[in-house]
Design a protein. Structure first.
Length: 643
C-alpha cells in the first residue's frame, strides 16, 4: 500500500527546488501546467492590481472560466496586491498504489506538478501548488513560514466559474441541526447559478462533490476536495453562485449539536506554520463514466499510513436494524449472525443497543464461535476525546470486536476533521475497521487509512422510514450518486431493502439487488429480514454468497447521470454486468456479450419476476452474442458470466 514514486516525489518539496529567479523577480515563465497527454491545463493569472485568478481548459476549450483565488488571513491579505516571486520547473510523479476499496484495484497515474510563489504588498509569501493529470487538475495553498506562529484564515475566496448554460447535479448542504449536516439530501438537477430549491432541510450551501456538464455538454467535471486533515475544516460551496461562480465556504460555527465542541464566534481554519491546505480537485471527463472511474481524489491523498494492511479485509454483513429497528434483543442479533454464517458473509453488524444484548446473551461470543467477525455501533461523542477513544478501542478489540460504526458526527468543523483522523489512526493501532455514519463525505481518506472501509454521507435505504419523497426519487438518485458521492470514497448505502416500510418502495426488486453491485463499499451491509433472504431463489442466494465487496476492474457501458448506469465488474474469476434504470420509462440496452464475456461459455440473467416489486426471474443462456434488453421503469438487471 506504500506510494511508489518515479522521478521526483512532489509532496512537501522545499522552496529551494531549482526555482528560476532573477533579483527576486520570476523570469518570464508560464503560470500554468498541462497534463502529460496535453489535454488538461490549469493557468493562473494576475490582474494589474494583483488579484489572482485561474482557468481550466481541456483541448483548449474552457472547462472552468476565470475564477478567483486567494486567502484573507488574520495577519495578511493574499487576495490583492500580489506579485510573482518564483516559478518552479515542472516536476513529475507517478502515483502507483492499490486500494482496499475500489472500482479498479490498481492505480498507476502520472502527475505533473508546479509551484508558484506569490508575495503580497507586505512581502509575505503564499505558494499555490498546481497538478495536472489525464483525469483533471488540482490546486492547493501552502505557507512555508517556519516561525511556528498560528495563522487564522478568515476567508478563502476560491471559486469555480461554471458557464451559465451548464447543468449539474448538486446536493444542498444542510444547516446545522440535530442530524445535520450529514450529506443526506437529494442531488438536484440544476442550471449553473440556480438557487437552492427542494432540499430536505434548510440549507446554507452546496456540498462537494459537485457535478456539472460543461463545454456545451461535451465534458463532465466534478469539483471535490482531497487530503483534508485536522488543519482545515471540511468545505462546501456557497449558495449564491453569482454569474455561475461557486465559491468555497467553511463549516458553520453552529455545527456542534452532537459533539462537545466549544462555542465560537467564527469557525475559521487555524494552524501553526508551516501549513499545507487541502487540494481543490477538478476531475474532467469526456463522458460521465470517466468521472465515475476517476481516482484523482486518492491520487492526491497521502499514501497509506498503515504499513501492514493484511488484517484489513472487505466483506459483507448481515444487519438487523433495518428489518427490526426496535428489537435490540440478543435473540435477534444472534439470528442475524447465523444469517451471515448461512450466506458466507464475513461480518455481522450489531447496531444501537448491542451492549445490553451482549450482557444478556453474549452476542459477540456467539459471533466468534460461528466464525463471524462482529462490528458494533457507537455514538460519535464516545470517540471525540483522544484518551477516551483509545481506551474504548482497546476495550472493544479485547472483546473480539473487528470494527466500529460511529454515528452522528453532523459537523465539518476543523475539530471534527481532526477527530476523524484520530479515529482512523487509533482504530488502526487496535486493528479495527471504521465505518462513519451521520458524517461528512470522504476526501481520499480510504487511501491514507485503508481501515476506513465505508461511510454513510449518502441518502440510503433508511430513507424509506423517514423521507416521503424517497420512493419516487430513489431510482434517479441511484444513477447520480455513483458519479458524485461514490467518487469521493466508499458509500454505505445499505442496499437490498425489499420489505415495504412507511414510504413504500417503487423500484423493482432487481434494482434494489443491483445496488449492492453498483455502489462501491468495503463492507456491504445488507438490509432486510432473515425471512426475505431465505425466500430468495437459489440463484439469487448464490449471487449474494459470491458477490465481492470490492473490485479488481470496472468499465462503464452506459453512464448517464439521472437516467441509467450499466457497469462491467470483475473480481478474480468473477465477472458481472449490472444495470439500473433511473427513469419511469423503459430504456433499451444493447451489449456485445461475446466481447464482454470472452472466456465464458454462458451467462445467467437475473431480471424482474411477475411481481416486479418482490420477485426475480432467473434465466441461463449459452448464446453469448449481441444482447438487446429493455430495462424496466425503475428496474435493473444482473448478468453473471459462468462456465
Amino acid at each position: 500500500m506504500k506510494r511508489k514514486t518515479i522521478y521526483h516525489t512532489f509532496g512537501l518539496i522545499a522552496i529551494g527546488l531549482f526555482f528560476f529567479t532573477v533579483n527576486g523577480v520570476a523570469q518570464t515563465k508560464a503560470l500554468d501546467i498541462r497534463s502529460e497527454d496535453q489535454l488538461n491545463k490549469i493557468s493562473l493569472s494576475l490582474s494589474g492590481d494583483g488579484h489572482l485568478s485561474y482557468n481550466v481548459t481541456r483541448r483548449n476549450k474552457v472547462i472552468i472560466d476565470a475564477s478567483p483565488l486567494g486567502l484573507v488571513c488574520d495577519d495578511q491579505d493574499f487576495t490583492t496586491g500580489l506579485s510573482v516571486v518564483e516559478v518552479s520547473p515542472i516536476q513529475k510523479s507517478r502515483e502507483q498504489y492499490e486500494l482496499k476499496v475500489a472500482s479498479n484495484k490498481s492505480v498507476d497515474h502520472e502527475l505533473n506538478h508546479r509551484s508558484i510563489t506569490f508575495k503580497n504588498k507586505q512581502g509575505a509569501l503564499m505558494i499555490v501548488d498546481l497538478v495536472a493529470t489525464k483525469e483533471g487538475v488540482a490546486f492547493r495553498y501552502r505557507f512555508t513560514d517556519g516561525d511556528k506562529k498560528t495563522r487564522i484564515i478568515k476567508d478563502e475566496v476560491t471559486g469555480f466559474h461554471i458557464a451559465q448554460n451548464a447543468k449539474g447535479w448538486l446536493e444542498p448542504y444542510n444547516k446545522a441541526g440535530k442530524y445535520e449536516p450529514g450529506y443526506e439530501d437529494f442531488y438536484v438537477n440544476v442550471k449553473s447559478g440556480d438557487p437552492i430549491n427542494g432540499s430536505r432541510n434548510p440549507s446554507v450551501g452546496w456540498c462537494m462533490p459537485a457535478l456539472f456538464n460543461v463545454n456545451d455538454n461535451k465534458n463532465w467535471v466534478l469539483i471535490a476536495e482531497s487530503a483534508t486533515d485536522g488543519s482545515y475544516p471540511g468545505c462546501h460551496l456557497r449558495p449564491d453562485a453569482k454569474d455561475g461562480i461557486y465559491q468555497v465556504a467553511f463549516a458553520e460555527k453552529d455545527e456542534k449539536y452532537t459533539l462537545p465542541l466549544a462555542d465560537k464566534e467564527h469557525a475559521y481554519p487555524e494552524s501553526t506554520l508551516p501549513w499545507t491546505m487541502p487540494w481543490r480537485t477538478i476531475i474532467i471527463g469526456d463522458k460521465a463514466g470517466d468521472i465515475l472511474l476517476s481516482t484523482l481524489i486518492t491520487d492526491l491523498a497521502p499514501a497509506s499510513k498503515i504499513e501492514d494492511t493484511s488484517w484489513i479485509q472487505t466483506g459483507k454483513a448481515a444487519w438487523s436494524w433495518w428489518s427490526h429497528p426496535d428489537d435490540h434483543s440478543a435473540k435477534i442479533y444472534n439470528e442475524f449472525t447465523d444469517l451471515s454464517a448461512e450466506f458466507g458473509f464475513r461480518y455481522t453488524l450489531f447496531d444501537a443497543g448491542w451492549e445490553r444484548a451482549n450482557q444478556e446473551g453474549k452476542i459477540i461470543d456467539h459471533a466468534i464461535a460461528k466464525g463471524i467477525q462482529p462490528l458494533v455501533w457507537g455514538y460519535s461523542s464516545e470517540y471525540f476525546d483522544p484518551e477516551k477513544r483509545k481506551a474504548r478501542f482497546r476495550q472493544l478489540a479485547g472483546m473480539g470486536v473487528k470494527g466500529v460504526k460511529i454515528d452522528f458526527w453532523c459537523s465539518d468543523r476543523q475539530e471534527v476533521m481532526a477527530a476523524i483522523q484520530g479515529v482512523f489512526e487509533d482504530a488502526a493501532k487496535e486493528h479495527l475497521l471504521v465505518n462513519l455514519h451521520g458524517t461528512t463525505a470522504p476526501r481520499g481518506w480510504h487511501r491514507t487509512w485503508p481501515n476506513y472501509l465505508t461511510a454513510e454521507a449518502i441518502l440510503g435505504t433508511e430513507s424509506y422510514f423517514y423521507e416521503p419523497r424517497f420512493p419516487e426519487k430513489a431510482a434517479e438518485q441511484n444513477t447520480v450518486l455513483p458519479f458524485t458521492r461514490n467518487v469521493a470514497g466508499p458509500a454505505d448505502y445499505t442496499p437490498f431493502a425489499l420489505t415495504m416500510r412507511k414510504f413504500p418502495r417503487v423500484n423493482t426488486a432487481v434494482h434494489e439487488l443491483a445496488m449492492a453491485m453498483i455502489y462501491t463499499s468495503g463492507i456491504i451491509h445488507f438490509a432486510d429480514s432473515k425471512e426475505v433472504f431465505e425466500s430468495l431463489p437459489t440463484e439469487v442466494k448464490g449471487l449474494l454468497k459470491d458477490m465481492p465487496a470490492t473490485w479488481d476492474k470496472t468499465d462503464y457501458l452506459v453512464a448517464e447521470p439521472g437516467k441509467a448506469i450499466v457497469l462491467s465488474r470483475q473480481k478474480g474469476a468473477l465477472h458481472y454486468i449490472v444495470g439500473i434504470n433511473g427513469t419511469n420509462n423503459k430504456l433499451p440496452v444493447n451489449l456485445d456479450l461475446k466481447k464482454l464475456g470472452k472466456g465464458f461459455s454462458k451467462f445467467r440473467l437475473i431480471s424482474e419476476g411477475k411481481d416486479q416489486l418482490m420477485e426475480f426471474n432467473v434465466q441461463t443462456s449459452s448464446s453469448i452474442s449481441n444482447w438487446a434488453y429493455n430495462l424496466a421503469p425503475k428496474g435493473g438487471f444482473i448478468i453473471q458470466f459462468i462456465n
